[in-house]
Design a protein around this ligand. Structure first.
Ligand SMILES: Nc1ncnc2c1ncn2[C@@H]1O[C@H](COP(=O)(O)OP(=O)(O)OP(=O)(O)O)[C@@H](O)[C@H]1O
Ligand SMILES: [Mg+2]
Length: 413
C-alpha cells in the first residue's frame, strides 16, 4: 500500500483518545476508506487541555497501536485535534491596493490581504491554528468568494482567525511526540467535527454545531459556507457525571455508568414508575432510585450548558436557518435534542459522522465525529497538494532520519 495514501486522525479528548487510520485513495472524499480504529481511555487531560504529558502519550500510544494492528500499517504522523477554553475565534479584515497590470487581482493580492488581516493583534503568547477566509470585498462589492481574476483597485479580505495558547499547543504536540509520532497539523476539534457531520447546505444557510464531549462543549457557527464564530466552553458530560456522583453519593464510575444507561436530559420524558439500580460504595447492597431523580440532577446542568451555547449564538449575530446539530458523546443522551429544541427554539438534530467506506460501523457514533473529521481535513489538505508542515516535526530527529533513509532504500530496490 502506498504510504502517501494513508492518513491518521488523532482525537485527543478528555475521556478518550481515538485514533483512526484511513486510506484516502486519490483524495476524493468518496474514496476514503477507514482501515483501522483504536480507542483508549484518556487520563492526562482536564477540560480538553493536556495536563499530564506522560499519561496522554501513553493513551495515544495505546489507541494508535490498536488502530495500526487493525489496519496492518504503521503510521508515523497524525492530524491532531485541539480544544480547550484557551481557544479564541476572531473576525478580522485586511485591505490592500491591487497593484498588478490592469488591476487584475492575483493570488498574491489575495494572500497579501489575508496577511494584512492576520497582522492585526495576534499576541505573542498565542499560536495561530487556522486562518479561514470568509469572503472578499472588491471596490465596495461584498460577498465575493474567489476574487482571483476580477478587476479592482481595492481588495478587502474578511477572515476568521482561530488562536490558542502557545503552551497548550506545545503540550499537545509534545504528548504526540512522546508517543513516537509527528504532527502533520493541529486542527480545531469542532472544525474537524463540522467536516464529518455538516452538509454544505447547512453551512450556507446558517447552522450551529455543538460538540458536547466529556470536558468541553465546542461551538462553531457557519454561514454562507464560511466559519463565522468559534467558542470552546470548559463544561461537558464530566460535569454532569460529577453532579450525579455528588447528588446520589456514589462513585464517579457508577455515576458515569447509570448516566449512560438511564440518564435523561428532560425530566418530563421520564415515566414516574421507572427505577434505576445503583451500586453503593463499600460493597453495600444496591439501591433503587427513581429515574426521575436522576433526570432532575441532569437537566439543570444541561440547561446551564445549553444556555451558554444560546448566548454564543446570540453573540455571533448570525441568522440561523439550519438549526443546531448536536454531536460528541453527550448527544447520545436521551432527551437532549428535545431540551435543546426547547432552549434554542430551533430544530435540533444529532450529528452522526458522514458515511465513509471501510470500517464504518466502528465509527458510526457522534463520539467519533472529531476523529472522522480529522481524516476528512487531512484528505482535503492532501488533495490541495499540501505537504506536511515543518512546524511540528518530531524532536527525535535521528530516528526520523533513519526511518526516512529506510524508506529511500525501500524505494530504491
Ligand atoms: N449513551 C450516552 N448517554 C449519555 N452520555 C454519554 C453516552 N455515551 C457517552 N456519553 C458521554 O459523552 C462524553 C464523552 O464524549 P466524547 O467522547 O465526545 O468526549 P471527549 O472527546 O473525550 O471529550 P472532549 O471533546 O470534551 O475533550 C462523556 O461525558 C460520556 O459520559
Ligand atoms: Mg471530543
Amino acid at each position: 500500500m502506498a504510504r502517501e495514501n494513508i492518513i491518521a486522525g488523532l482525537d485527543i479528548g478528555t475521556s478518550k483518545v481515538a485514533a483512526i487510520i484511513a486510506d484516502i485513495g486519490s483524495g476524493d472524499l468518496d474514496e476514503i476508506e477507514v482501515i483501522g480504529v483504536g480507542v483508549a481511555p484518556s487520563e492526562g487531560l482536564r477540560r480538553g487541555v493536556v495536563v499530564d504529558i506522560e499519561k496522554t502519550a501513553a493513551s495515544i500510544r495505546k489507541a494508535v497501536e490498536d488502530a495500526e494492528l487493525m489496519a496492518g500499517v504503521e503510521i508515523s504522523s497524525v492530524y491532531a485535534g485541539i480544544a480547550g477554553g484557551h481557544i479564541m475565534g476572531t473576525n478580522v479584515s485586511g485591505v490592500v491596493a491591487v497593484s498588478g497590470p490592469n488591476h487584475e487581482i492575483t493570488q498574491a493580492d489575495v494572500d497579501r490581504a489575508i496577511n494584512a488581516a492576520q497582522a492585526l493583534a495576534i499576541p505573542v503568547e498565542r499560536e495561530v491554528i487556522h486562518v479561514i477566509p470568509q469572503g472578499f470585498v472588491v471596490d465596495g462589492q461584498d460577498g465575493i468568494k474567489d476574487p482571483v481574476g476580477m478587476h479592482g483597485v481595492r481588495l478587502e479580505a474578511h477572515v476568521h482567525i482561530i488562536t490558542g495558547a502557545v503552551t497548550s499547543a506545545q503540550n499537545l504536540v509534545k504528548s504526540v511526540h512522546m508517543a513516537g509520532l509527528s504532527v502533520e497539523d493541529i486542527v480545531l476539534q469542532p472544525l474537524a467535527s463540522s467536516k464529518a457531520v455538516m452538509t454544505d447546505q447547512e453551512k450556507d444557510i446558517g447552522t450551529v454545531l455543538v460538540d458536547m464531549g466529556a470536558g468541553t462543549t465546542d461551538i462553531v457557527i457557519f454561514k454562507n459556507g464560511a466559519l463565522m464564530h468559534t467558542k470552546v466552553l470548559s463544561l461537558g458530560g464530566w460535569h454532569v457525571t460529577n453532579d450525579i456522583a455528588m447528588g446520589l453519593r456514589i462513585t464517579p464510575q457508577e455515576a458515569e455508568r447509570i448516566k449512560k444507561q438511564s440518564g435523561c436530559a428532560l425530566v418530563d420524558l421520564v415515566d414516574d414508575t421507572e427505577t434505576v439500580a445503583v451500586s453503593l460504595p463499600g460493597g453495600r447492597r444496591p439501591r433503587l432510585i427513581m429515574r426521575r431523580v436522576l433526570a432532575e440532577i441532569i437537566q439543570p446542568r444541561m440547561m446551564e450548558i445549553l444556555d451558554l451555547v444560546a448566548r454564543e449564538i446570540e453573540k455571533s449575530k448570525v441568522v440561523i436557518m439550519g438549526g443546531v446539530i448536536l454531536t460528541g458523546g453527550c448527544a447520545l443522551m436521551e432527551g437532549l435534542p428535545e431540551l435543546a429544541e426547547y432552549m434554542f427554539d430551533m430544530p435540533v438534530r444529532i450529528g452522526y459522522p458522514r458515511q465513509l467506506k471501510g470500517l464504518v460501523d466502528k465509527v458510526n457514533s457522534p463520539i467519533y465525529a472529531t476523529g472522522v473529521g480529522l481524516i476528512i481535513f487531512g484528505a482535503e489538505e492532501r488533495q490541495k497538494g499540501k505537504r506536511p508542515k515543518a512546524r511540528f516535526k518530531s524532536s527525535r530527529q535521528f530516528e526520523e532520519i533513519l526511518r526516512r533513509m529506510k524508506e529511500w532504500f525501500a524505494d530504491y530496490f
